[in-house]
Design a protein around this ligand. Structure first.
Ligand code: URA
Length: 250
């Protein structure tokens, strides 16, 4: 970790009221196959390089409200310059299932709610229609939806690694507070943030991994599914979603 990033970390956690820090060498978030969570092939995690990361303790009695308050009018990274407002997350705060996307787009930036644009409408349909077909009483409002970064990147570019690392701390706190039964990572950015894996979604999708102790299913991002030539990917995404819904709600 470079000095600048280290300084930002220290400032960030000082803002949270954390005064004592310790250093330790850790691996990126653990990536383990979940043999019993679902059948199907599971790609073993690659050997990972050590990276030295500061891991201050998460505040005791953390809550989504506290995390949101800690973010405040965040200016910790350059994305604050391109956003209208921060898009924290939405849905059931004790949901057994959390969907994690990449970053807010134009519509989300305007409304302050994740996945409300075209990709979001597709996600909502996918969740609700798959649930109906599978006999699972589930609406979008029953799950929790958020993104790796909470601010819209300029021209919807992919978030940079340092932006993901900075904002990822808040995502990890959100997931730690909600403690869902499973997480669905939508697209490569979410898979990278949660699993530390760089392979493409085509390779990762349909299998179970873990973020800390929580099973993670990787699938295509709905924006990718909106492209007209991705019929096959659509079918695969429905299959992935069926696996997730049955794992969580059966
Ligand atoms: N794409 C995302 O990854 N997240 C959103 O909230 C909207 C579009």
């Amino acid at each position: 970790m470079n000095r600048e990033l280290l300084k930002q970390y220290v400032a960030f956690y000082r803002d949270l009221g954390v005064k004592s820090f310790y250093r330790r060498t850790v691996l990126p978030p653990p990536v383990e196959a979940v043999p019993e969570a679902a059948s199907g092939s599971v790609i073993p995690p690659p050997a990972m390089t050590d990276s030295e990361i500061l891991f201050p303790p998460v505040p005791e009695h953390d809550s989504l409200a506290r995390i949101r308050a800690d973010m405040g009018d965040c200016t910790r990274c350059r994305l604050c310059k391109s956003r209208t407002q921060l898009v924290f997350g939405a849905g059931n705060e004790s949901a057994p299932l959390v969907f994690v996307g990449e970053a807010p787009g134009a519509e989300e930036d305007a409304q302050g709610v994740p996945f409300v644009g075209r990709a979001g409408q597709l996600l909502t349909q996918m969740i609700e229609n798959t649930a109906v077909k599978e006999g699972i009483p589930l609406k979008r409002a029953d799950v929790y939806i958020c993104n790796v970064v909470k601010c819209r990147p300029p021209e919807n570019r992919t978030p940079e690694p340092d932006e993901m690392e900075m904002c990822g701390q808040f995502l990890f706190r959100q997931l730690s507070v909600i403690k869902p039964k499973a997480i669905c990572a939508l697209g490569g950015t979410a898979a990278r943030a949660l699993l530390g894996r760089k392979e493409g979604v085509t390779r990762l999708r349909g299998n179970w991994y873990k973020w800390r102790d929580i099973p993670v299913m990787v699938t295509y991002h709905p924006s990718y599914l909106l492209r007209p030539y991705n019929q096959n990917a659509k079918r695969e995404a429905w299959e992935d979603l069926k696996k997730v819904l049955h794992f969580v709600y059966d």
